[in-house]
Design a binder for this molecule. Structure first.
Ligand code: FMN
Length: 377
């Protein structure tokens, strides 16, 4: 199987598949829910909530546009999960306080009215907080990279984190579980544990940020433990049929080029651990890369294909998948069940409707990712 597609082939396929026949438009049964197509809005932090972490009017409009535009699944931006140590940005929304839960409930009703599934991404920033001055992480390791000024909290280096005690880890796990329970109350169809892109669970999974020698450090099974415990804790408090997904990645917001050491061997070891906790889906983030360039191993197996084979659960692929030829191949050749779009969805909130009608799509521009002016509902 080749991962390169000629420009000629691309033009042919795009014209030929105008577009009602594209595999992206086929429905899918996901954990007891019928999803109308394979197009997912990727989680995207917008840092546009009130300072109390409550969704604003602009956020209502933002999310409802994706639903009206035909996306089968919409995953929220990362929501903070406790008021102790999880918050990443000053205007990040949370799923902790009664006002936040009520705010998401109003917003979820609007999204669900269009027939999209709505999933809350649960995010603990760990060492990568731009909001807190005292941060927690697996170990005392200064994060690579610098804060992003556009997300608030200034710029410059991240603070040096404190190493989490076992009690801190339990509090983080309980935070995820309580946040999931709150997401049920808010009317979401499910939650996605943000284990990708360099945030807390990924800091545990990554050897250079996890120098622990207790049961949370060392072997892959130990480094995965906080994810496993969080998924088990979430399952205990949510009703049957409420989806629990997991997002993973190699690249990180503060270390784009990071790849799992030993490639396929480490990937398989991590995915074996995922299998034990059986999430309803696995979402592989394309942070810092594209699906095509990401995790293609010696036997030419894609990372998402490997996730499908090992975990035996539906998979969402991500990274530059607005290219209809590549997305079509990823779906048809069994590398993935869904594709999630970040930047292309910002440029085209009605991307699935445009694909169905064979209409041209708009290019992404950086200004589209800027936070909205904060304003209450
Ligand atoms: C503005 C912006 C904010 C993002 N915030 C998040 C986030 O909160 N959680 C997350 O898992 N990924 C986040 N991402 C990463 C996207 O989900 C996605 O993985 C990335 O944009 C690559 O997909 P794309 O090529 O379709 O844009 C963000 C990306 C963008 C552009």
């Amino acid at each position: 199987m080749s991962f390169s597609v000629s420009r000629q082939a691309l033009n042919f396929a795009v014209n030929k598949q105008t577009m009602t026949t594209h595999p992206i438009l086929a429905s899918f049964e996901l954990a007891g829910h019928t999803v109308k197509n394979r197009a997912v809005v990727a989680p995207m932090s917008r840092a546009s909530a009130t300072l109390q972490g409550v969704p604003t009017a602009a956020m209502h409009t933002y999310y409802e546009k994706f639903a009206a535009g035909g996306f089968g699944i919409i995953i929220t931006e990362g929501l903070y999960t406790d008021t102790i140590a999880s918050q990443a940005y000053p205007h990040q929304p949370g799923i902790v306080t009664p006002a936040q839960i009520a705010g998401w409930q109003q917003l979820a009703e609007k999204v669900k009215a269009h027939g999209s599934l709505f999933i809350a991404q649960l995010m603990h920033a760990g060492a990568l907080s731009q909001h807190l001055t005292h941060t927690q992480a697996p170990s005392v390791v200064t994060p690579l990279g610098r804060k992003l000024r556009s997300y608030g909290g200034g710029d410059g280096p991240f603070p040096i984190p404190a190493a989490m005690t076992v009690a801190d880890i339990r509090a983080a796990v309980e935070g995820y579980a309580q946040a999931a329970k709150n997401a049920v109350d808010a009317g979401f169809h499910g939650v996605e544990l943000h284990g990708a892109n360099g945030y807390l669970p990924d800091q545990f999974l990554t050897a250079y940020t996890n120098l622990r020698n207790d049961e949370y450090g060392g072997a892959v099974a130990n480094r995965f433990r906080i994810i496993a415990e969080s998924l088990v804790a979430i399952r205990k408090v949510v009703p049957p049929g409420f989806m629990v997904g997991l997002r993973l990645s190699e690249g990180k917001v503060n270390d784009d080029h990071y790849r799992w050491p030993e490639g396929a061997v480490t990937a398989a070891a991590i995915l074996e651990e995922v299998t034990k906790v059986a999430p309803d889906y696995v979402h592989i983030s394309g942070e810092g890369s594209t699906w095509e360039r990401l995790g293609v191993y010696a036997n030419n197996e894609s990372l998402t294909g490997m996730a499908k084979r090992i975990v035996q659960r539906p998979v969402i692929a991500n990274g530059g998948l607005e290219d209809l030829v590549v997305a079509g191949r990823a779906l048809q050749e069994g590398h993935t069940d869904f594709i999630s779009l970040g930047k292309a969805a910002l440029a085209n909130p009605d991307w699935p409707a445009k694909v169905a009608a064979g209409l041209p799509v708009l290019p992404f521009e950086r200004s589209m990712a800027a936070p909205f002016p904060p304003q209450e509902v």
